[in-house]
Design a protein around this ligand. Structure first.
Ligand SMILES: *Cc1c(COP(=O)(O)O)cnc(C)c1O
Length: 414
């Protein structure tokens, strides 16, 4: 009888040499090249490093709006800032509610708190990890002012249905597309980010394209665009020539150097998405037959910021063991993606903002365990998140598949 292949976790050889895969932490896994160098030097030599008076950030805004097919784009300093611009444009009153998903970056939630509104969590579709429209409908109250939908990992939420729900309820739909550049809800449908009233993007180090930090918001609504431009610039209306401060606002401006790099990165985005898709489809094909595993939606929808595997039939401990074994084989991955659903984080459970008052949460909202059972199961025992990259070779993907098959055999023997 042939011996079972020895897992790297048990001292066997790793299938993928450790550290050999491209990651977003260095040049091998990014698309920064000569064109970005030229752009940065152009800005430095001009002596104008501020987007307020420079030309790069303005050009970036037009180019991104045009690429997305939106009337307006507003650049800012991060994805979290982009969401803050969007939430501030919604203009909730203190204690108003904004619906959000519990699996995301906390940047989807913090801007709601900053505007003194209450994050209300709705549960997720177990197949995609994105908002379940039915559960969103149940959580709408007379205090709801907006819905934030996250297109998790580059997959698409049911955003058209959420837009109908938002319109019926008379609230705004904010799309968090930080992980979902060029994602579509259907193969030939519109780009996500253009279906809601506002679409937010991040240029943080690990996203499809990057300036280290940076953000963009798109909208077709002139009023929303104007209030976001003001909110990012101390509500100083530069177009009027008058030094006045029209409303409460911050400084979330994107610097000119970032604008110049983002413009170049934007020209590479389509190719980044195509390469990520090519290798993700290759992995999905190799994993098709594995029992209990569900691979992400194929064909022109997903843009694979991460490659999410849903696994059914494991306990909390077994999923952690699966991830540890796969990491040992040289395939970086995270069980559950985040440590816990966002409503279990201290920032919401033990609210300490605003002088220890707990405002606006204390006395208005509670975040008990069990609030979103589908999300809890995903984080605890179903979701394996594999960071993806545009520079993976076919050979590397094949080795990753081999490692997953090997670990799967050990965890879920037939
Ligand atoms: C990265 C991310 C953010 C926050 O973006 P930053 O640029 O890091 O502030 C928000 N939402 C989602 C879904 C993200 O992935």
């Amino acid at each position: 009888m042939p011996a079972e292949p020895l897992l790297a976790l048990d001292g066997g050889p790793a299938i993928v040499p450790h550290g050999s895969l491209p990651t977003t932490n260095d040049a091998a896994g990014r698309t920064i090249g000569d064109e970005e160098e030229v752009a940065v030097l152009r800005v430095l030599r001009s002596g104008m490093l501020s987007g307020v008076w420079g030309t790069e950030v303005k050009a970036l805004q037009s180019e991104f709006a045009e690429m997305m097919g939106s009337a307006h784009a507003v650049a800012c300093s991060s994805g979290t800032a982009a969401l803050h611009l969007a939430v501030a444009a919604v203009d909730p009153a203190p204690g108003d509610e904004i619906i959000v998903p519990p699996i995301s970056d906390m940047g989807s939630v913090l801007p709601i708190l900053a505007q003194n509104a209450i994050p209300v969590f709705a549960d997720l579709d177990p197949a995609t990890g994105c908002l379940d429209p039915e559960d969103v409908r149940r959580r709408i109250t007379s205090r709801t002012r907006a819905i934030v939908v996250v297109h998790l990992f580059g997959g698409a939420a049911e955003v058209s249905e959420l837009r109908r729900i938002a319109d019926t309820a008379g609230v705004l739909l904010i799309e968090d597309c930080a992980q979902a550049y060029l994602t579509r809800e259907t193969t030939h449908g519109p780009l996500v980010g253009t279906i809601g009233h506002l679409g937010c993007f991040s240029l943080q180090q690990t996203k499809h394209i990057t300036t280290g930090d940076g953000g963009l918001v798109i909208t077709d609504d002139e009023q929303l665009a104007r209030s976001m431009r003001l909110f990012a610039d101390k509500a100083w209306p530069r177009d009027t020539g008058e030094r006045t401060y029209l409303s409460f606002a911050l400084n979330y401006r994107m610097p000119e150097l970032s604008g110049a790099v983002a413009r170049v990165q934007l020209t590479k985005l389509q190719a980044v998405v195509e390469r990520r898709r090519h290798s993700a489809y290759r992995l999905s094909d190799a994993l098709e037959q594995l029992r209990g595993l569900t691979t992400p939606t194929p064909s022109g929808i997903h843009t694979y910021w991460y490659y999410p595997l849903m696994i059914d039939g494991l306990t909390h401990k077994e999923l952690r063991w699966f991830a540890a074994a796969l990491n040992a084989e040289g395939v970086p991955c995270v069980a559950g993606y985040i440590a816990r659903p966002l409503y279990q984080e201290p920032v919401l459970r033990e609210p300490t903002a605003y002088g220890g008052s707990g405002y606006p949460i204390r006395g208005r909202a509670e975040y008990p365990d069990g609030d979103c059972p589908v999300a809890e199961a995903l984080v605890s025992e179903r979701l394996l998140a594999i960071p993806w990259n545009e520079n993976l070779t076919d050979q590397q993907v094949d080795a990753m598949a081999e490692a997953i098959v090997k670990v799967h055999e050990a965890v879920m023997p037939v």
